[in-house]
Design a protein around this ligand. Structure first.
Ligand code: ADP
Ligand code: MG
Length: 300
């Protein structure tokens, strides 16, 4: 496209809340045959809520909840926000006068797995089963049962390990965006295939995919695995777009021919992307591709 055509299209995009960083993304978007979607915060609203909590260790529920909250308060992940919200509510009901959150040392984010830190000398892990397995935390059959019960309901299970033992967990649910199914089916009508990649477990991932009409799912992958999937598709000669919102999506956003970040997402994702969907509405995936198709058709 000519510089003028690119400028016009970029301006038009911006006026619709689709920020296109540079001409190259705009030129590539019309060739896209596959769109890879992240799940949490991209296909789903990204505002999960805790629907159940279970404590396995002999400790007061409030203490368990406070420890999980303290660690998660340092995380930007939507699941972390759900846990913090839940803990706050519980504390307000039980002990409205205790407003403080415990201090956390050595806080670390493990993208695609969870978070960790030290709370009053205790080593705390909050995340999925893969995080527990990686840290050699045993998973009892009681924990397994709680997890599979949650996952069958399309809930995501978060485990909390304290000093190497799973002390409890939370089940969270995150509804899909109202436009998700419509957008997937519209892309299909444009001859564009949709794929879901997620760090979440297979059972929850499949349940969400079914809801939005996606048949190709890749679950339980870490951030580099997401990028590998993009490269895999590209090696078959496909132009691939990636839509994501999290730190965990940034390698894939950078690897894709066209990386699209959800505007409400994290700064790292927005930086890694070529296009930012300011309204966080999935319909703008179509807007962006459409804009590119029209811009390139006009100059031919
Ligand atoms: P998605 O690919 O669906 O956006 P992520 O890669 O962000 O998901 O996270 C994958 C999984 O890692 C989550 O489903 C959750 O089990 C776990 N996880 C990541 N961050 C956190 C956190 N802060 N607290 C609890 N669990 C987390
Ligand atoms: Mg996400």
């Amino acid at each position: 496209a000519t510089p003028t055509a690119v400028m016009v299209a970029t301006g038009k995009g911006a006026s619709q809340g689709v920020l296109i960083k540079g001409g190259s993304a705009l030129e590539k978007a019309h060739k896209v045959k596959t769109v890879v979607f992240d799940k949490t915060g991209t296909l789903t609203v990204g505002k999960p809520v805790v629907v159940s909590m279970k404590v396995f260790s002999p400790m007061p529920i409030q203490e368990f909840c406070d420890i999980a909250e303290a660690v998660e308060a340092n995380s930007e992940h939507p699941i972390a926000k759900a846990v913090v919200q839940h803990a706050k509510k519980l504390r307000q009901m039980n002990s409205p006068n205790l407003g403080h959150i415990a201090e956390v040392q050595d806080f670390e984010v493990h993208p695609g797995y969870g978070v960790s830190g030290k709370v009053s000398q205790k080593v705390v892990l909050v995340g999925n089963k893969r995080l527990m397995v990686a840290r050699k935390v045993p998973i009892s059959s009681e924990v397994e049962d709680y997890m599979s019960e949650s996952e069958q309901l399309a809930h995501t299970c978060v485990l909390v390990a304290i000093n190497g033992m799973v002390s409890g967990g939370f089940a969270v649910t995150d509804p899909v965006k109202p436009e998700a199914e419509r957008v997937i089916s519209f892309l299909k009508s444009m001859n564009i295939m949709s794929i879901m990649v997620t760090g979440d477990n297979w059972a929850t991932a499949n349940a969400v995919a079914k809801e939005v009409g996606i048949t190709m799912v890749i679950a339980e992958t870490d951030p580099l695995g997401k990028a590998d999937k993009i490269k895999d598709l590209q090696s078959k000669g496909m132009a691939v777009a990636m839509v994501g919102d999290g730190i965990n999506d940034s390698p894939a956003l950078a690897a894709a021919d066209v990386g699209m970040a959800i505007g409400a997402g994290t700064d790292v994702a927005i930086e890694a992307a070529d296009i930012v969907l300011m309204k966080s509405n999935l319909e703008d995936v179509v807007t962006a591709i459409d804009l590119s198709r029209k811009t390139l058709a006009r100059i031919r």
